[in-house]
Design a protein around this ligand. Structure first.
Ligand code: N01
Length: 551
């Protein structure tokens, strides 16, 4: 257990406060404790697991294969844990998170059911004062925000929502008790990953399911299956290669073959057969069949057209098929969805697709919903309407930096960071997988481990060199923000109204938030920055008389 101290005013005092006990917060705690820092983690949920603690909706699974969506920091851990399926269901991922917490004795340093409401930097003392929902003020030298990118569920702004008399569920904040839709007429709003995963499962149970679609989305079959002991073993044996590849070679942190050509380098038959192969294989690697799908519209169109053709083959009703064919954005520029029988679900007699683009929802009624052209009787509502992504959970904390400037003020025109790790004016405040880092464009655990290791090494460096304050340099930050922007605008991504762009939240600045340069390139940049004495950061020595008491 980490040692903590108590200040003269009676406040608990730690070297590091970590906000959030998801995969990032847990590993951060583990690393820092091993280095001998005193650490306290505050978690608003009642358990570990972060996004996997909250997102319990029917059909919730990870879209990265389970053998890869797992920690790599402990070989014992990756050798001993048995994933049951190619894509682990949410309860199994949560079980894994709990196993990690127990195996590494993490719980003792995590305070659950406690929100961090405020963090204010004291410039005179070079400390942070952190205020929690249980009314305490904690003093700490460093704060690490491990608050997650998709953890602030967004309620849609629809007239009359509060008047609905049946149960209303948000996929991102699902009850812990079982939800039974048997015999009910269910309305589901939203057709992103969450809506696409939950639709087939709810359709199996509900008397009738009406899916209200504003924007059609591209989705690839998961081809989920049980993992055999032989498959698991084969994967375990090649873990060194898999993990190395995921960290350094793959742009998105996922082990797969690297494409050696663009889509138009193959003739139509060859191209179709490659897309077919990936479609049959299933999963996110559909997008890495060619190396230019994210860059060239003509190349991208070939993949998009292939998927639209598949939808037309699967969905029996031509009108429904046409509505389900995405045409608003290039494929992959919104997070591609991975499904099990999503499109086929619209062939069921108890499922109706309603286009709310041409006929928007006007209001929710006590027992249903009215669009511009029809009224639907409903007993339960499912909102799969997404998140205030990447910045939403950070924005909920009142964070005050130098000169009394709040982080929300600083980021009012969009998040600005140096390497996604720190933001100028907020010393000793680190962000894990923040805006400006590959984050949500990657296998999150690969990016989480890279950030945690970098931050842990960095705090070790500060301690061994008697350094008290670390801060992003404003001009390094400006250059990085410009670089992130430039790289994004060299791709097709900004063409979509995606949550990557903040476009799903009215009033949110339109900025492409994650760094799209690839996890390997980014890792090298971070490694080089550290090797050059944390170039682009300002590091300040502890005052002589305080130096001994810093840690
Ligand atoms: O959210 P989304 P999500 N009226 O923002 C619609 C990860 N994830 O929870 O596109 C009507 O993608 C909105 O319509 P539109 C993954 O990274 C991963 O599904 O704005 N509709 C859209 O259809 C994913 O990308 C996994 O026109 C409204 C939907 O709601 C991210 O989380 C599983 C509306 C929101 O889609 C977010 O996915 C789940 C309104 N007022 C999530 N407001 C896996 O690992 C919003 N919509 C598999």
């Amino acid at each position: 257990m980490s040692a903590s101290e108590t200040s003269k005013q009676g406040h608990e005092r730690y070297d590091v406060v970590v906000v959030g006990a998801g995969f990032a917060g847990m590993y951060m705690l583990h690393r820092l404790r091993d280095l001998g820092f005193s650490v306290r983690v505050y978690e608003q949920g009642g358990g570990v697991g972060g996004t996997w603690y909250w997102n319990r909706y029917p059909g919730a699974r990870c879209d990265v294969e389970s053998m890869q969506y797992s920690y790599s920091f402990s070989d014992d851990l990756q050798q001993e844990w048995d994933w049951s399926e190619r894509y682990a269901p949410q309860p199994e991922i949560l079980k894994y998170a709990n196993h990690v917490a127990d195996r590494f004795g993490l719980r003792v340093d995590i305070q659950f059911n406690t929100r961090v409401d405020r963090a204010a930097f004291d410039e005179a003392e070079n400390i942070w004062r952190v205020t929690t929902s249980d009314g305490k003020t904690i003093i700490t030298r460093f704060v690490v925000l491990a608050t997650g990118c998709l953890s602030n569920a967004r309620m849609p702004d629809i007239n009359g929502l509060e008047s609905f008399e049946g149960p209303v569920y948000h996929t991102g904040n699902w009850p812990h008790e079982p939800v039974d839709f048997t015999g009910l007429r269910v309305g589901l709003i939203g057709t992103g990953s969450s809506g696409i995963q939950s639709t087939p499962v709810i359709a199996e149970q509900a008397k009738h399911l009406t899916v209200f679609q504003r924007t059609a989305n591209f989705s690839i079959p998961a081809r989920n299956a049980k993992l055999t002991p032989e498959e698991r073993q084969a994967f375990r044996e090649k873990y060194p290669e898999v993990r190395h590849f995921a960290r350094w070679e793959a742009r998105n942190g996922i082990y797969t073959e690297l494409p050696d050509r663009g889509a138009l380098d193959d003739g139509a038959n060859e191209r179709r057969s490659k897309y077919e192969g990936r479609w049959q294989r299933g999963g996110l690697t559909f997008m890495s069949v060619y190396n230019d799908l994210a860059m060239s519209r003509p190349a991208n169109d070939t993949a998009a057209e292939f998927v639209r053709g598949k939808i037309a083959e699967i969905v029996a009703d031509p009108k429904a098929a046409a509505l389900l064919q995405p045409r608003s954005h290039p494929i992959g520029t919104k997070r591609i969805c991975i499904d099990t029988d999503y499109f086929a679900t619209f062939n069921r007699d108890n499922v109706t697709l309603v286009d709310i683009k041409s006929s928007p929802i006007e209001e929710i009624l006590p027992h249903g919903l009215r669009t511009a052209t029809a009224t639907y009787e409903l007993d339960a509502l499912v909102l799969a309407t997404g998140f205030d992504a990447m910045t939403g959970s950070v924005a909920k904390i009142d964070i005050g930096g130098r000169n009394g400037v709040s982080l929300n003020q600083k980021w009012s025109e969009g998040p600005k960071t140096y390497l996604g790790l720190m933001t100028a004016g907020f010393p000793n405040l680190f962000i894990i997988t923040g805006p400006g880092s590959p984050s949500v464009l990657s296998n999150m655990i690969v990016s989480i481990e890279q950030h945690v290791d970098w931050i842990a090494d960095c705090l070790g460096h500060l301690r061994s060199n008697g350094l008290e304050v670390m801060e992003a340099d404003t001009s390094a930050e400006e250059k990085w923000v410009a670089h992130v922007n430039e790289v994004a605008h060299g791709t097709l991504y900004p063409q979509a109204n995606s949550w990557y762009m903040g476009a799903n939240v009215p009033g949110k600045p339109r900025i492409f938030m994650p760094y799209i340069g690839g996890v390997g390139v980014y890792r090298q940049i971070c490694t080089d920055v550290a090797a050059k004495g944390y170039e682009g950061f300002v590091l300040t020595a502890a005052e002589q008389e305080r130096a001994a008491a810093v840690f």
